[in-house]
Design a protein around this ligand. Structure first.
Ligand SMILES: *Cc1c(COP(=O)(O)O)cnc(C)c1O
Length: 315
């Protein structure tokens, strides 16, 4: 039985939390956080928003299997696996890195994200990096259908029209008094939805978690509004790259405000946003809302890596 009622919950009662102590250089700046990470410990934040209408569509199309793509530490893979378990879908993850499939037991011991997905019942199909790059080709699709039968496909990172539609619901009547909405950017689907859901007086600023100029075009595929800007100075060297300044920022932010940030997305956004506030980027009395898009399931895996390198950990 497929039951998507978890995704039909209205999580808009989640509180917007005001943070103290963000006035800088004589300017009064208000900063609040939309705590979307509290929706669920794994299907959290934007991953919940992005999956909602896709799962409803899959159910309406009488599909029983969800298929998606990702790397070994992907929040999206973890979220799809858990969403499948919650709703009764079988899940198939096409994972980059065929070496990971050589000794599955060892892979699961070393990788908390894949272990979690596996325990949710996800079936893995490990592919080489070149197969992964060619995953959009018709022949690769055919081979998947031959192997696994029919499925509802969710793209890598989860961005499609229905995902953007779900992300329009991040903003609502409780958030209409904010002037600036900030969020982390990966594939651009989340910010596109936030832009679509925004009011004319609001400006959306996105902090890409990875290098590259392709994001502006990606976002424009999903919105024709122009009240947004990307700040590209806070990727910390690229996707899932980090340094000790970022780690200590995340740890002290938690100590000060009681909010856990993740190192791949929300930590970089908040680091950048804090620097912009301190540098006088925003005018007096600006009210800023930062969207906490979740991603906390990835921290354990990052800490494993940091520990192996002898670096300080996220606490
Ligand atoms: C996946 C993810 C993002 C990126 O979302 P996009 O829609 O791909 O831009 C941002 N924050 C967190 C915590 C995520 O897990």
């Amino acid at each position: 039985m497929i039951d998507v009622s978890f995704f039909e919950n209205d999580f808009n009662l989640l509180q917007v939390q005001e943070l103290a102590g963000f006035s800088r250089g004589g300017r009064t700046i208000e900063l609040a956080v939309k705590r979307e990470e509290l929706i669920h410990n794994v299907v959290s934040g934007n991953k919940f928003r992005k999956l909602k209408y896709n799962l409803i569509a899959a159910k309406n199309q009488k599909q029983e299997t969800l298929l998606t793509f990702g790397g070994a530490y992907s929040n999206h893979i973890a979220a799809v696996a858990k969403a499948g378990e919650l709703c009764g879908f079988k899940t198939l993850g096409v994972i980059r890195g065929e070496e990971l499939g050589e000794n599955l037991l060892q892979t699961l011991q070393q990788n908390g994200t894949l272990k979690f997905a596996y325990e949710c019942g996800m079936h893995f199909h490990f592919v080489t990096r070149s197969e992964y790059r060619n995953k959009q080709t018709a022949s690769f699709r055919e081979s998947l259908k031959t192997k696994f039968g029919d499925f509802y496909e969710i793209p890598e990172g989860g961005t499609n029209d229905l995902a953007v539609k779900g992300c329009t619901e991040i903003l609502n009547s409780d958030t209409s008094s904010y002037d600036v909405i900030a969020c982390a950017v990966g594939t651009g689907g989340t910010i596109a939805g936030i832009i679509e859901g925004s009011l004319p007086h609001q400006k959306i600023i996105g902090f890409p978690a990875l290098k590259g100029d392709f994001l502006t075009d990606e976002i424009k595929k999903y919105t024709s509004k122009t009240n947004w800007q990307l700040i590209s100075d806070y990727h910390f060297g690229g996707y899932a790259k980090m340094n000790s300044a970022l780690i200590s920022f995340i740890n002290s932010f938690k100590e000060k405000h009681g909010i856990q940030l993740d190192p791949v997305y929300t930590g970089k956004m908040m680091y950048g946003l804090t620097e912009l506030i301190e540098s006088g980027f925003f005018s007096e009395n600006t009210r800023i809302l930062a969207v906490h898009t979740g991603g906390l399931q990835g921290i354990a895996g990052m800490n494993e890596k940091l520990k192996r390198k002898g670096q300080s950990l996220i606490v």
